[in-house]
Design a protein around this ligand. Structure first.
Ligand code: G
Ligand code: G
Ligand code: MN
Ligand code: NA
Length: 254
């Protein structure tokens, strides 16, 4: 409960930061976009993992305010990078279920895009399967409106949730992000290899991109390349970086 009190102040006190991790095109090796990942650096307690504070933010409803800050910050930063003359990239942000279910969510995204002047095609929202299985009809309508706006949508942690194919076929999405637990050891674990191969095929037959997260070594990357996974993300390419470091990496790559 103490953590909750600290978390309430964290937004006002600017203790939250976004780190950025590149999403790499499997074929060309080029950076195609970046995932914004929330970090909390508390003056006394130090670094607090999102795995620890996101669940508290969800229980207390604080995630709605925090999530709004995340989208705005990611859009502002991305707009700055485009204004600097870097080749435009898409930034993806994690949206929690509670945030996605807010009645004004679509209008919030629209107003943030207007305020920041970011073209909607440079924003992607990552939503987990579990966030969408209640009120499926409403959620599909929300996804449709976001899609019509030009925003990209992906399903995060794919394969770990409770959704079924009957929902999946109706979700108007651009990408599936296969969960790290299937990607890890894919080069040596037969079951993971079978699952990843099947999901690549599933994604492609459904006309959506497949993104593999948690790529930590070259063998895993080679496997995903051979299986024609579209994008890869993980420590093998880069850890999530503070904005200034991410910018240095972009500048070095030019
Ligand atoms: O970056 P890291 O692996 O430590 O993140 C741990 C968890 O926190 C992941 O499940 C990730 O999706 C989640 N997370 C990171 N940033 C955000 C965010 O901005 N919003 C939400 N809702 N979840 C986030
Ligand atoms: O749930 P989500 O997929 O949004 O969470 C992504 C989390 O995975 C982030 O916390 C990020 O820091 C972490 N991450 C990113 N790349 C790797 C990786 O290669 N290995 C591991 N173990 N974690 C990673
Ligand atoms: Mn994610
Ligand atoms: Na994920």
């Amino acid at each position: 409960l103490r953590l909750e009190v600290h978390l309430r102040r964290a937004v006002e006190k600017r203790e939250l930061q976004l780190y950025y991790q590149p999403r790499v095109d499997t074929k060309s090796g080029q950076i195609k976009g970046m995932e914004a990942l929330l970090r909390w650096i508390h003056p006394e307690m130090g670094f607090i993992s999102p795995a620890k504070f996101i669940p508290i933010a969800e229980e207390t409803g604080l995630i709605v305010t925090i999530g709004e800050w995340v989208i705005r910050e990611a859009c502002e930063q991305n707009r700055r990078w485009i204004d600097c003359g870097f080749p435009p990239l898409r930034v993806s942000v994690n949206v929690s279920g509670l945030q996605f279910q807010q009645a004004n969510f679509v209008e919030l995204v629209r107003s943030i895009l207007e305020e920041t002047g970011l073209d909607p095609c440079y924003l992607e929202l990552e939503i987990t399967e579990n966030s969408m299985i209640n009120d499926v009809e409403d959620n599909i309508a929300t996804l449709m409106r976001l899609r019509e706006m030009g925003v990209y949508i992906s399903i995060d942690d794919f394969g770990t949730g409770y959704s079924s194919f009957s929902y999946l076929k109706r979700f108007p999405i651009h990408a599936l992000k296969i969960d790290q637990s299937f990607v890890r050891d894919v080069a040596t674990d037969k079951n993971n290899a079978a699952i990843v191969k099947a999901i690549v095929q599933l994604a492609h037959h459904m006309n959506v991109s497949l993104v593999a997260e948690g790529v930590e070594d070259e063998a895993t990357f080679r496997f995903l390349q051979a299986e024609r996974c579209d994008e890869v993300q993980g420590y093998f390419f880069s850890r999530p970086l503070p904005a200034e470091e991410f910018e240095r990496m972009l500048a070095a790559g030019e």
